[in-house]
Design a protein around this ligand. Structure first.
Ligand SMILES: [Zn+2]
Length: 315
């Protein structure tokens, strides 16, 4: 057993509540106001489809404290989909990392990648920037805001050196990391993802609050698993493309819950990223529909999706 296994995360997380959410939604990190701070700060707001649940959880957890602002680690729909509902419920402001500010203001769904991924996200208006290099004060801590490209070019990490706590978003989970989206869009980003893993190793956090899944302390183990997985993708980018095909299909079925196979085939043909994935897979015979069917079959065999009488559903 390593020293990190013996480290109790509870003490390091004082003044904070981590709302661990089921898939489709990101976790929510609520930083309660410490003395001298004017309100609580929420990191990430989950998916639009769970917005009312997010608001209810926040009401319960905040009790009577005001919520000052929402900050987003990045603008994927599972991390900022609840922004609009949370802002409406609590009157808070919203800050986002630079890079997509104009796109969010104008709700340019192409730039925000919701068109490419064929995903849904409720519109919100950002009020300001969460800039790398400008610390965030919340929960009585100073959080360094660190650029973390790879999964998303504009994503950030939040690191509280005083308590050795890292909010890693989708750059590092206990078992893996989020898709390397720029690679799917034709830009090299495996190196970026590797450098972010190196950065996390240098930060040497005792506790990691990931974007999905439970808080963990075996950071060395998580880094080892992530690097192994990344090395497999670098060695054969088709592995990443095939993994991405299944992840995006599962995500889509989580959004729509169930869909007739015919409609799913239309989605496959109209979500531009699926077309890109088919190309990255070497343009196999049968086009994107056939590739998608192969992915659906594998996901059903693994009980990740279910298929019955022409209807595909989330399992
Ligand atoms: Zn993400």
């Amino acid at each position: 057993m390593s020293a990190s296994d013996l480290f109790a995360p509870g003490a390091a997380l004082h003044g904070m509540t981590v709302l661990e959410r089921g898939w489709l939604s990101s976790n929510n990190v609520l930083m309660h106001a410490a003395a001298g701070e004017t309100g609580a700060v929420l990191v990430d707001s989950s998916h639009s489809l769970h917005a009312q649940q997010t608001v209810a959880l926040l009401r319960q957890t905040l009790a009577d404290q005001p919520l000052k602002e929402v900050v987003n680690t990045h603008l994927h729909s599972d991390h900022c989909g609840g922004n609009a509902a949370v802002q409406q419920a609590f009157g808070c402001s919203i800050r986002i990392p630079p890079g997509h500010f104009e796109a969010a203001l104008n709700w340019d769904q192409d730039s925000l990648t919701y068109v490419a991924t064929g995903q849904q996200c409720a519109r919100f208006a950002p009020d300001g920037l969460l800039k790398p290099g400008e610390p965030l004060q919340a929960a009585g801590r100073r959080w360094d805001v660190l650029a973390a490209p790879g999964h998303d070019p504009h994503s950030v990490l939040l690191f509280d050196a005083g308590n050795s706590v890292l909010i890693s978003a989708d750059a590092l989970w206990e078992n893996g990391f989020g898709l390397i989206f720029p690679e799917i869009e034709g830009q090299d980003a495996f190196d970026d993802a590797a450098q972010v893993l190196d950065l996390i190793e240098q930060l040497n956090p005792h506790v990691v609050i990931p974007g999905h899944g439970a808080v963990f302390t075996d950071v060395a183990g998580a880094l080892q698993r992530a690097r192994r997985r990344l090395a497999g993708f670098v060695a054969d980018p088709r592995r990443h493309a095939w993994h991405a095909t299944k992840v995006l299909l599962k995500y889509h079925l989580m959004e729509v819950r169930q869909q007739p196979l015919q409609d799913l085939q239309v989605w496959l043909q109209t979500a531009p990223l699926m077309q890109r994935l088919w190309q990255l897979m070497g343009s196999p015979d049968g086009g994107v529909v056939s590739l998608g069917q192969r992915a659906v079959d594998e996901l059903c065999a693994n009980r990740v999706l279910a298929q019955h009488e022409g209807l595909v559903s989330d399992a």
